[in-house]
Design a protein around this ligand. Structure first.
Ligand SMILES: *[C@@H]1O[C@H](CO)[C@@H](O)[C@H](O)[C@H]1NC(C)=O
Ligand SMILES: *[C@@H]1O[C@H](CO)[C@@H](O)[C@H](O)[C@H]1NC(C)=O
Ligand SMILES: *[C@@H]1O[C@H](CO)[C@@H](O)[C@H](O)[C@H]1NC(C)=O
Ligand SMILES: *[C@@H]1O[C@H](CO)[C@@H](O)[C@H](O)[C@H]1NC(C)=O
Ligand SMILES: *[C@@H]1O[C@H](CO)[C@@H](O)[C@H](O)[C@H]1NC(C)=O
Ligand SMILES: *[C@@H]1O[C@H](CO)[C@@H](O)[C@H](O)[C@H]1NC(C)=O
Length: 215
């Protein structure tokens, strides 16, 4: 019985394990607030997008907005100028990098783990007139598997977990009942053959009582 229960419990835990999702610069979930140029092998020098996610990066002088349901967000930006990083309308970070940084390959890192599991909005807001952002991709972390509806994801996760746990309980009870019936039948066979049963003090009436209780 315990074996099945532990197995199904593991399935419930695996279902709720955090997962990372990568969102590229061309994703429709990314909103650009200003002028932009999508760089890929055909529109920019190939070196620029060589290591990029999906071989594409976007240059922009405007804001970048992304909403997600999860517990963490990470990004790494090419940047010349200054940026304010806003999460749910609060500034969590500022970035300030120069042309020298860009040439040396230094990027601005955005990292916000340990968020409350829920709906969040990240805004990368340029704060100088001469700020240029090179955006490749970002990564966000979910608890339950991502779904289209944010409320659906949370409710679905909880209900899905409950149904699995109930399923585990039913299966465990079913297996236990079957084992008890099997053991009873074995004992009955043993008595018929005149071989002493495992438990000498056990009477037929008691066995039936125990089985009826489980049925
Ligand atoms: C998600 O990515 C971040 C940043 O790369 C990393 O620190 C974290 O461990 C990852 N989480 C999972 C569940 O893979
Ligand atoms: C490459 O970028 C240009 C714009 O810069 C875009 O029109 C084109 O569709 C992109 N190509 C691919 C394969 O994404
Ligand atoms: C990669 O880029 C292509 C063309 O822009 C797009 O259709 C596709 O969805 C992208 N794949 C990912 C994983 O973002
Ligand atoms: C950005 O950094 C440079 C030097 O590294 C400094 O002169 C400048 O004032 C900074 N700008 C902002 C907005 O912090
Ligand atoms: C961002 O992270 C990379 C590697 O994780 C590091 O090399 C780089 O210096 C970081 N950028 C800044 C501005 O600290
Ligand atoms: C940005 O440009 C506007 C005009 O387009 C100007 O009024 C403003 O002072 C500039 N700001 C900075 C920080 O240079």
């Amino acid at each position: 019985m315990q074996r099945y229960f532990v197995l199904l419990l593991c399935l419930v835990v695996i279902r709720a394990t955090p997962q990372n999702y990568t969102v590229g610069d061309t994703s429709p979930d990314i909103q650009y607030g200003g002028a932009k140029l999508q760089c890929n092998a055909s529109s920019c020098p190939p070196e620029f997008t060589e290591g990029a996610f999906n071989h594409s990066a976007t240059l922009t002088t405007g804001s970048i907005t992304f909403s997600f349901t999860g517990t963490a967000i990470y990004a790494s930006l090419d940047l010349i100028g200054t940026c304010s990083i806003m999460l749910d309308d609060q500034e969590i970070q500022t970035l300030n990098l120069t042309v020298a940084h860009a040439i040396a390959g230094v990027r601005g890192n955005i990292s916000k783990p340990d968020l409350a599991n829920g709906f969040h909005t990240l805004v990368i807001m340029p704060t100088g007139n001469l700020t240029l952002i090179g955006f490749d991709h970002l990564v966000y972390t979910t608890g339950p598997p991502a779904k289209k509806s944010h409320v659906g994801a949370i409710v679905g996760g909880v209900i899905g977990g409950l149904i699995l746990a109930l399923g585990a309980l039913f299966l465990a009870l079913f297996v236990r009942r079957r084992k008890l019936i099997m053991r009873r039948n074995q004992r009955k066979n043993a008595v018929f053959r005149g071989i002493p049963a495992a438990r000498h003090d056990h009477k037929a009436g008691e066995e039936d009582e125990a089985t009826t209780e489980l049925l």
